[in-house]
Write a protein that binds this ligand. Structure first.
Ligand code: GTP
Ligand code: MG
Length: 335
């Protein structure tokens, strides 16, 4: 049998397409619960209402709030849909649905492009990623996943175990570093000042020419004064020691905690400048709308999402894949 040799371009293209397909699948699987709660209910409105009347809008409001889109955002959205429906003479729930999706899409982007929402990493200088958030949201797990994700993109990574507060936290991060085979800087003694671990880790990351240093911190309930002091100290050291590094401060939020996440984001945002959010446990949540709500409220983009407990259940946040997965149709495309 004679096989026709595929051109290199064609093979590269095939690999690209299959990677994209598996990414789409990952999103669809991870957002299954949210999709079921959101779109199935929305579809019910289509059979229930012939026209978009006051009852329709009341039910729509309830569905959006139950999906954690957030009351303030839902208000804005419903007003906009009513306006647009009037202007464009839209009468049916089917037509209204498309207006809703388009509004969600456009409002997420507001004044910026899709690319601007990505993590800012340079290969020419050190990048420091500081990971913060309250207890148990998935900081340490996300750091393991993020390190794995970035290592696969050929970055050299060092981890800093600056959670010196909880017994076992350092070991937990070390397990990840062993699994992925990357360097980790640990405290020399229990209860050591986290800022001093950051100091050592920066030295080490510069010395071993890492591209990225990812810093794990202790989970805390927002005791603002202490938090502020500690983050201030850590930030000062990063600025002083890191030779003008790119600094990303990522807040980890647990999607299952719903609107409480907004409250947490607000607390941390007052204390330190957040550059992005890692939203974990999307697979366990049926309230995927939280992403839209956070973006609308703070204009802080979700940069990564956790889609399960495995190392590879973690992806860069992609608005198109997210909305398509939530809607259950490939309605939008990445240009
Ligand atoms: N299903 C699911 N579980 C997750 C995800 N991310 C984290 N978890 C789980 O959440 C739990 C807490 O994760 P940790 O990484 O220890 O959270 P943490 O924020 O570091 O916790 P503290 O250090 O105690 O503040 C673990 O059982 C993780 O497996 C996710 O995306 N999906
Ligand atoms: Mg932790």
């Amino acid at each position: 049998m004679v096989f026709k040799k595929k051109s290199k371009d064609k093979i590269v293209e095939t690999i690209k397409i299959s990677r994209e397909n598996s990414l789409d699948e990952k999103y669809k699987k991870g957002l299954k619960k949210s999709r079921e709660s959101f779109i199935y209910k929305l579809k019910k409105l289509v059979t229930k209402y012939r026209e978009i009347d006051a009852d329709y809008f009341n039910e729509l409001e309830e569905i959006l709030i139950m999906s954690d889109v957030g009351a303030q955002y839902v208000d804005k959205l419903i007003k906009k849909i009513k306006e647009e429906a009037k202007i464009n003479n839209i009468k049916t729930p089917e037509q209204s649905e498309k207006l809703i999706f388009d509004y969600l899409f456009k409002n997420y982007l507001k004044n910026s492009s899709l690319e601007e929402k990505e993590i800012n990493l340079s290969k020419d200088k050190l990048n420091v990623i500081l990971v913060i958030g309250v207890n148990g949201v998935g900081k340490t797990t996300s750091i393991g996943k993020l390190a794995f994700y970035l290592k696969n993109k050929n970055y050299k990574i060092t981890l800093a175990a600056a959670d010196t507060f909880r017994a076992g936290a350092v070991d937990q991060l070390e397990i990840w570093s062993n699994k992925i085979s990357i360097d980790i800087i640990k405290p020399e003694r229990e209860g050591q000042d986290p800022a001093s671990v950051v100091y050592l880790a920066l030295e080490k990351a510069i010395q071993n020419q890492s591209n990225i240093l990812i810093i794990d911190t202790a989970g805390r309930l927002e005791n603002k004064k202490n938090l502020m002091l500690e983050l201030e100290k850590i930030n000062k050291i990063i600025k002083a020691k890191s030779n003008n590094a790119n600094i990303e401060t990522l807040l980890v939020l647990d999607a299952t905690t719903g609107q409480n996440g907004i409250h947490q984001a607000s607390g941390f945002n007052e204390v330190t400048k957040l550059t992005g959010i890692i939203l974990t446990k999307m697979d366990s949540s049926s309230k995927g709308g939280i992403i839209l709500s956070i973006k609308d409220y703070f204009d802080i983009p979700v940069k990564f999402i956790g889609l399960g407990e495995k190392l590879e259940d973690f992806e860069k946040f992609d608005l198109v894949k997210y909305l398509n997965s939530l809607i259950g149709e490939d309605l939008y495309k990445n240009e």
